[in-house]
Write a protein that binds this ligand. Structure first.
Ligand SMILES: [Zn+2]
Ligand SMILES: [Zn+2]
Length: 222
């Protein structure tokens, strides 16, 4: 397997920060460092990794609140999210103060991402897909050979992301899931922003929001 991964839930919201690395070079990307940066750095050292990238799925506090501190500690560039999430990133410090994460800080990504982009990690690379709906600039990271995705708050085991935040959009989220995630393959295992891992195929069978059977039901009106 070209990559390996370890999930480290952070912040009071138990957000799934994932450390992924290129097995050949031991170069790592930290996806969604929402907080608890010293603990993340300890895990990185424990696994013998060098942080090469910081990847952000979307600009919410619990996913991106520790980004500035992690960049200071590692020097690694920040890639993502899509520029439509800039207003959420700008809000991180204020919402951190409000939600009991006073260390959370805003930042400017070194590279904004767009649909179809590729991001490199050691000797391998991930594909990027723009999946708006939960937030307008949400992206997901996909490793084709490993059949692995980190989807943030787009899709969960048995649920989908909230769409009641500013510039959230329910139909955009459904379109992102069915139009961007499902085509990647039923066998893809994904880490959601919160809770346990699942596969796209499992969610297409059992997820009460986006199962094939539910979406095909004309009475549901989705
Ligand atoms: Zn979110
Ligand atoms: Zn979240």
């Amino acid at each position: 397997m070209p990559i390996r991964a370890v999930i480290a839930p952070v912040t009071p919201l138990q957000q799934n920060c994932t450390i992924v690395w290129c097995a050949k070079t031991m170069k790592a990307a930290v996806i969604d460092p929402g907080g608890e940066v010293p603990r993340l750095l300890a895990a990185i050292e424990q696994y013998g990794l060098t942080v090469e990238k910081i990847w952000i799925t979307h600009g919410h506090l619990d996913h991106a609140g520790g980004t500035a501190a992690l960049k200071e500690a590692t020097g690694a560039p920040i890639e993502g999210p899509h520029p439509d999430d800039a207003f959420w990133i700008d809000d991180i410090a204020a919402s951190g103060a409000k939600w009991g994460m006073p260390d959370a800080r805003s930042f400017t990504p070194d590279r904004w991402l767009a649909d179809g982009d590729r991001v490199s990690l050691g000797e391998t690379e991930f594909e990027v897909y723009h999946c708006p709906g939960h937030t307008p600039g949400h992206v997901i990271f996909f490793h084709r050979e490993a059949r692995f995705a980190q989807v943030g708050d787009v899709l969960f085991q048995g649920s989908i992301g909230r769409t009641d935040f500013p510039r959230g959009n329910y139909q955009d989220l459904i379109n992102s899931i069915t139009g961007k995630l499902w085509p990647l393959g039923d066998d893809v295992r994904f880490v959601p922003g919160h809770g346990p891992m699942s596969t796209f195929g499992q969610e297409r069978k059992t997820n009460p929001w986006v199962a094939d059977e539910i979406l095909a039901d004309p009475l549901v009106g989705r």
